[in-house]
Structures are given as structure tokens and as C-alpha cells.
Design a protein around this ligand. Structure first.
Ligand code: ADP
Length: 385
């Protein structure tokens, strides 16, 4: 059994999936997550492929290394074999690493050189990669980049209007959520339409314009802070806002980074970073919560309309991510602003979160497709083994 372990490390979580080849595709034997890493209360949960719980443990998890060791040890005790390869989800590989790749000393050096592009995430990923290679020196490890799907962006989509030297340093639009977009293209198969916009709406949220399966435009930019407003990130701002805040408050780079990434977005607008909470608050009359949802839906709709220009037409709109897959209110709030593009969804299908939401006469097919980042990593790793 040649299993692949896909690892997706966040700031305080480590999600994983354990996959084997089943016919033409990958099948999950186990999935799970370590949560609350570095916090007083930690939790490790492991499920089998059908979602039945195999293991649940409440105990502090001091670090990503501790989480990885505990996940590995528990999988072995549960009878799972050692994987033949490990895939790491890496948000940003900088300008030199644009393809998923087997990790070797050159890749490590390129990741170290790219640290300015993702100062929190890349060091965390490197710690895990080194930790695993110390324990299993012969186990092949692969880097799967969220930016890889967008390497097909045309220059007019990635070139910022700045002096050329910045582009030469790698200051350009990269785009993220690429594993999610690739998994959606894979799942749609022959149902994918030539001119499709995918809205991946989770805590982090972005959109991609996909022409014949390839990314030609996307909302996030150099970093995942850009694009539409998110749970705690601003999304795009007039650059003058940053200059104003720097001038008036003299914030350091780290303070500004914290403000833009952790204290803004839905949290700042509506008092919660969680769409479910905002919907509840709005339903009980909170104006700020209602405004936050409206600003979010409008930003999504405007981006879809703009990507209609990038694509020349719109055949298909796909919702994904926690909000896109589960919030009928947000999907309705987006689609009702897109009548000019001929988008029309059926309220009953939308309320039931059915796979196809559009009505018969809708010019645009509207679908829900789940983001499946871990299984996509397993596919990418297997293809390169
Ligand atoms: P991440 O980007 O961290 O992977 P998710 O894709 O899980 O996040 O999305 C989390 C968001 O999805 C949260 O804002 C959460 O409130 C929202 N969400 C999840 N389920 C629902 C639901 N049933 N209705 C509305 N929002 C939901």
C-alpha cells in the first residue's frame, strides 16, 4: 500500500490526509487535524475515510513538530503504514518556486530566500520539513505551492504598475488557493465550462478567472492579504491608507502587518471574523454585521463581474470554501448583484446547497464544488513520485 501523507500547516493548526491510490484517483484512508497548537488547550482528532472518528485526544500541543510527531505516532498505533511520501502545502514559494516539486537542498535554499514573501508561513513549513527529514531521512518530501496554479497568469494580470526593478525582485501578483482551484477543475472534469470564475470563500477568500482550465486572473496578489475583504484581512486598499496610517501612527512593519492581516476585514466591520456569527447578529438586527456581509458580497460580485471582462464572457460560476459551500445568504447576496451578467439562481436549490444552483434560463451555470486541498496535494505528489 503506497500511501501519501498530505500536510497542511496553519498558524495554530496542522491538518492532514492519508491517501492511497484507488483506481484512477486517490482515496483518503484517514484525515484529521491538530488544533490549538501553541495554545493552552490542544486537540488531536483523526477520522477514517468515511468520517468515522478513530481517535480524539485533548492535550496541549506545544509546537508544529510535536503535532507532526503525535499524528505520525497515532497513525502507526492505529495500524497505518509509513507513507511513501509526504506533501507539504506551502502558501508561497517566491518567484523561483512556481511548480510543485520534490524537496532537496536547492529547494530549501530557494524557500529560505523567499522568506520575505511569507515571513510567518515559510519558516513554519521549513521547521516541519526539517523535523520530518531528521526522523525519516529517506522519505521523499514534496512542496505543493498555492501559487503554482496561477503561473499561467498573463503579464497584464501579474505586472504591477511600479518601477521595473520591483518586478525583477519578484514583486508581482502571484495568487493563492491554487490547490483548491486545481481540485475544483479536477472535480468538474468535462463539466468545467471554458470561461469559469471560482469564488473560494473561506476565512481566507479569493477568486480566480479560469480559461479552459488555466488561471488567467485572480484577486489575491503578492500576498494573501490582497483582493476582497476577508475574515480578518483588509483585501485591497488604496495604498494611500497605508501611508496615512504610517504617517499618523508611526507603525512598524510588523504592527502594520498585524493590523492588515489580523485586525481588519469582517472582524473590524461587523465585530466577528466568523460568517455564521455575523449572519446570526445581522438576523437579530445588528447593523454593523449586516453591513459587513453586504460589503463582502459586493466585493465578491464586483470581482466576478471584472473577471467576466478578463474572460471575455462568463459561462460558469463556482462557489467553494466554508462560506461558499455553506452560506446560502452570501451566495444569494452575490448572485442577486450579477443580474447584468445573466446569473440567476433557484432559491430552493440555493437554500439546500445543491451542487447546481442556477435556473434553466440562467446564462451562467452556478455550482457549488467543495475545495479539496489535501487530496489535490496527494494527486500532485503521486504524479511526481
Ligand atoms: P479556512 O479558510 O480557514 O479553511 P473555511 O473554508 O473553513 O476556512 O471557512 C470558514 C468560514 O466559513 C467561516 O467564516 C464560517 O463561519 C463559514 N461557514 C462555515 N459554515 C457556514 C454556514 N453553515 N453558514 C455560513 N457560514 C459558514
Amino acid at each position: 500500500m503506497d500511501a501519501i501523507l498530505a500536510i497542511n500547516s496553519g498558524s495554530s493548526t496542522l491538518k492532514f490526509g492519508f491517501f492511497v491510490k484507488d483506481g484512477a484517483d486517490e482515496r483518503a484512508l484517514a484525515k484529521g487535524a491538530a488544533d490549538g497548537i501553541g495554545k493552552p488547550a490542544g486537540k488531536l482528532e483523526i477520522f477514517d475515510g468515511s468520517g468515522a472518528i478513530l481517535h480524539s485526544e485533548d492535550a496541549p500541543i506545544e509546537s508544529q513538530q510535536v503535532a507532526a510527531t503525535r499524528i505520525g505516532g497515532t497513525l502507526r498505533r492505529l495500524g497505518f503504514p509509513l507513507p511513501v511520501a509526504v506533501g507539504h502545502r506551502i502558501v508561497h514559494g517566491g518567484p523561483r518556486l512556481r511548480d510543485h516539486t520534490r524537496i532537496n537542498p536547492d529547494v530549501i535554499a530557494a524557500l529560505e530566500a523567499a522568506v520575505h514573501f511569507a515571513p510567518v508561513h515559510i519558516p513554519t513549513a521549513l521547521v516541519l520539513i526539517r523535523h520530518i527529514s531528521e526522523i525519516y531521512p529517506d522519505l521523499p518530501q514534496f512542496a505543493c505551492f498555492d501559487t503554482a496554479f496561477h503561473k499561467t497568469l498573463p503579464e497584464k494580470a501579474y505586472h504591477y504598475p511600479l518601477p521595473l526593478k520591483y518586478l525583477e525582485e519578484g514583486v508581482q501578483r502571484f495568487g493563492f488557493h491554487g490547490l483548491s482551484y486545481a481540485s475544483i477543475v479536477h472535480q468538474l472534469g468535462t463539466n468545467l465550462k471554458p470561461r469559469t470564475v471560482v469564488a473560494h470563500l473561506g476565512n481566507g477568500a479569493s477568486l480566480a478567472a479560469i480559461r479552459d482550465g488555466k488561471s488567467i486572473d485572480t484577486s489575491m496578489g503578492l500576498t494573501p492579504t490582497g483582493g476582497i475583504p476577508m475574515s480578518t484581512r483588509t483585501g485591497d486598499l488604496d495604498p494611500g491608507v497605508l501611508l496615512y496610517i504610517r504617517r499618523t501612527e508611526g507603525l512598524s512593519g510588523d504592527e502594520l502587518e498585524d493590523l492588515l492581516n489580523h485586525q481588519s476585514g469582517l472582524q473590524a466591520l461587523g465585530g466577528s471574523n466568523d460568517m455564521r456569527e455575523l449572519q446570526k447578529a445581522a438576523a437579530s438586527g445588528s447593523q454593523p454585521a449586516a453591513l459587513a456581509i453586504d460589503i463582502f458580497c459586493t466585493a465578491v460580485a464586483k470581482t466576478i463581474a471584472a473577471f467576466g471582462v478578463s474572460l471575455g464572457w462568463l459561462d460558469m460560476l463556482v462557489f467553494a470554501g466554508g462560506i461558499g459551500e455553506h452560506s446560502a445568504d452570501v451566495r444569494a447576496g452575490v448572485c442577486e448583484q450579477l443580474a447584468l451578467l445573466g446569473v440567476e439562481i433557484d432559491p430552493a436549490r440555493n437554500a439546500a446547497s445543491e451542487p447546481v444552483l442556477s435556473t434553466g434560463p440562467s446564462r451562467v451555470v452556478v455550482r457549488i464544488v467543495p475545495a479539496q486541498e489535501e487530496i489535490q496535494m496527494a494527486r500532485e505528489v503521486r504524479a511526481r513520485l
